[in-house]
Design a protein around this ligand. Structure first.
Ligand SMILES: Nc1ncnc2c1ncn2[C@@H]1O[C@H](COP(=O)(O)OP(=O)(O)OP(=O)(O)O)[C@@H](O)[C@H]1O
Length: 238
């Protein structure tokens, strides 16, 4: 458990889609070099929380503090430029552009993640630079999506179900990648249905149910919290 100052702090976050009041009080935080999970059954509000943080939800109340600065009310591109990157569930790559082109678009000056460094870090992409992104395997596409996010130079990385539908060997590779990103000082928020992955890689967990955080704890506490798991996480999570 960390006593450090959080880099990203979400307080009493509420969010709506039209008249639907989806987020009803989400509270969590993440520090530099820490990975936290956002767990919950389908429809609990995990993706909506990530969308609210990144300025993609039409109506939001509460506070999202990043390095002491309030993000609510800022445009998505301003939030992204300030150092909060979202790796969305649908990956959001440009299928008709090559891998190299997808990467080039994402590059930001001053990012410690240069093109050379990303290419070294993702040898899987090195051999596919001239391939249209739409022709990559699911695992390669996910690596491209994460590589693109890193090139923007984030301090906070929000990952929405990054391992979904991928082969076990790729999942293993991604998990070690997430661990490495912590050592680089990134603050990582992971939405993930694979319970084992969460216990392996995360420092703390936040369970969301009905649009609010209902439980917080570390991996040891979660592994032993059978009542919490059965009450707030559906069978597919266990
Ligand atoms: N664009 C939208 N318009 C209206 N309601 C939406 C929209 N997107 C999601 N919702 C609703 O918001 C609630 C939370 O959805 P959300 O996608 O955040 O859940 P989730 O926890 O990410 O679930 P999953 O694991 O299925 O992705 C659900 O009831 C969903 O039906």
């Amino acid at each position: 458990m960390s006593a450090r100052q959080p880099l990203l702090s979400v307080e009493a976050l509420q969010g709506w889609y039209g008249k639907s009041h989806i987020l009803q009080g989400v509270n969590f935080d993440v520090c530099e070099g820490e990975l936290v999970t956002l767990l919950g059954r389908n429809g609990a509000g995990k993706t909506t929380t990530l969308r609210a943080i990144t300025g993609l939800l039409p109506r939001v109340e509460g506070a999202v503090r990043y390095g002491g600065k309030e993000l609510i009310g800022l445009a998505p591109h301003v939030i992204a430029r300030s150092g909060v990157a979202l790796v969305p569930e649908n990956r959001g790559i440009f299928a008709g552009l090559t891998v190299q082109e997808n990467l080039s678009i994402a590059i930001r000056r001053h990012s410690i993640w240069t093109m050379a460094r990303v290419r070294e870090f993702f040898p899987e992409l090195e051999h596919r630079l001239n391939t249209p992104a739409g022709k990559l395997s699911g695992g390669e596409q996910q690596m491209l999506t994460i590589a693109r996010a890193l090139l923007t130079g984030p301090r906070v990385l929000l990952l929405d179900e990054p391992t979904e539908g991928l082969a076990p060997v790729i999942v293993e590779r991604l998990v070690s990648l997430f661990s490495h990103l912590k050592t680089e000082g990134l603050a990582v928020v992971l939405v993930e249905h694979n319970f084992e992955i969460c216990l392996t890689v995360a420092d703390r967990h936040f369970i969301i149910d009905g649009g609010e955080i209902v439980w917080t704890g570390d991996s040891d506490s979660l592994a032993n919290a059978e009542d919490v798991i059965s009450r707030h996480l559906s069978l597919e999570n266990v």
